[in-house]
Design a protein around this ligand. Structure first.
Ligand SMILES: [Zn+2]
Ligand SMILES: [Zn+2]
Length: 172
């Protein structure tokens, strides 16, 4: 019961606590794969998700943007010129599927399954669809040229009217 002696004691707490904190603060866990994962394994297991684990990075088998007819996820059935309705399951798309005609994500194509135009059946080995694609691209260019010439004529008319106003304004 001698309190005077206690004042000489030095208790070191900080070092151990810091070590513990570092060990507990594992916000990132690096897991090494012991067995290679193939694409089909990854796809089929994606439906079973552990909510505590978020996959931030995955090596290999990344799906790059592609035309729908080249999709590695959904099989494509090629026909020469079917525009009435999706052939087989051509309407199915993955996140990286592009419309061959619109040159944008298939999910943004407004006529993907539109009866009569049905872009989901388009592919590059069909003369019909290549022609549709060509007309679509040229159509955009033609519209752009028209817009330019329209702006040009509006500007010229505005310029003429402005100079007419300047000259016709009665001077006080
Ligand atoms: Zn795809
Ligand atoms: Zn389209």
């Amino acid at each position: 019961m001698c309190t005077a002696g206690n004042s000489d004691e030095i208790i070191i707490l900080s070092d151990d606590e810091e070590e513990e904190d570092k060990e507990n603060d594992l916000s990132c866990l690096i897991v090494e794969l012991l067995t290679p994962v193939c694409v089909s394994d990854r796809v089929s297991s994606s439906s079973i998700q552990d909510e505590d684990v978020v996959v931030m990075f995955s090596r290999g088998a990344d799906v790059l943007p592609h035309a729908r007819h080249d999709c590695p996820v959904h099989p494509f059935v090629a026909t020469e010129k079917e525009t009435g309705a999706p052939v087989a399951k051509n309407q199915l798309i993955c996140d990286q599927c592009f419309c061959y005609i619109c040159d944008k994500l298939a999910s943004l194509c407004v006529v993907w399954c539109h009866s009569g135009v049905c872009h989901c059946n388009s592919h590059l080995r069909s003369n019909f669809w290549n022609n549709v694609r060509y007309v679509h691209l040229v159509g955009d260019l033609a519209a752009f040229n028209l817009a330019l010439s329209e702006i040009d004529s509006h500007l010229r008319r505005a310029g003429t009217e402005f100079s007419w106003l300047l000259h016709s304004t009665p001077s006080k």
